[in-house]
Write a protein that binds this ligand. Structure first.
Ligand code: MN
Length: 225
């Protein structure tokens, strides 16, 4: 290890359920347009286009219980509830048949979005990859959940259900996401992958309380300030 000329920033991490240990985050990958009803609400067609991948920085992670300041440069700050896979191992060109063997655990998260500056043919950086744009609940190890292929995913805002779907409705299923993503990037331990949001996305305002749930996982609760 080199001696650094300034202090390195803290390693991004996600708490692990039932443990005082944490999962160290290397990269945060996301897939867009991955539930038919959400593609349609965004004005797209539900044809099976190639998967749309993008990233958030690792330090965009926000843990459950946090208060998120309403970000600048938007008047349309949106939630997107998503199931999150956390990888314990990786590789390149991973076959679908082996893909889920790389999953260390699962969590429920939010792909927070500046909706009013997404699109227009520009890179998604400032719409998707900004500070505190990835609230995520504690990770539950796959040893406890088993490989997840279905399950209810929900988001409530101020107690009212806004998103309510099932991950069995993913267009690109989780083994396909890992396999396709590993054709573009070498996946590594510590990478986490958001699997896309169902329909019902919408705006939040200061004072809102968000509760994201996936059956069998720890909930995620955050407030907007
Ligand atoms: Mn998303």
């Amino acid at each position: 290890m080199s001696e650094y000329v300034i202090s390195p920033q803290k390693q991004a991490e996600i708490p692990v359920k039932g443990s005082d240990k944490a999962f160290p985050v290397r990269r945060v990958y996301c897939i867009g347009r991955n539930y038919v009803a959400h593609v349609e609400e965004m004005g797209g067609s539900a044809d099976r286009d190639p998967p749309l991948f993008f990233q958030k920085p690792a330090d965009a992670v926000v843990s459950s219980g946090s208060i998120i300041p309403y970000p600048g440069k938007t008047k349309d700050f949106h939630y997107e509830v998503e199931l999150v896979m956390a990888l314990g191992s990786g590789g390149s060109n991973i076959p679908e048949s082996e893909a889920l063997d790389h999953v260390w655990g699962y969590a429920v998260g939010l792909d927070m979005t500046r909706r009013d500056i997404q699109g227009g043919g520009f890179p998604w950086e400032i719409a998707k990859a900004f500070d505190r744009s990835f609230p995520v609940g504690p990770i539950t190890p796959v040893s406890e959940t088993g490989k997840i292929e279905k399950g209810k995913i929900k988001l409530k805002v101020n107690g009212e259900t806004q998103q309510d779907s099932d991950v069995s409705l993913l267009i690109w299923r989780m083994p396909e996401i890992i396999s396709r993503l590993s054709e573009y990037f070498e996946l590594c331990p510590g990478d986490v992958i958001l699997t896309g949001t169902p329909s019902g996305v919408g705006p939040v305002v200061p004072g809102d309380k968000l509760v994201a749930t996936f059956e069998g996982l720890e909930p995620l609760e955050v407030s907007i300030n």
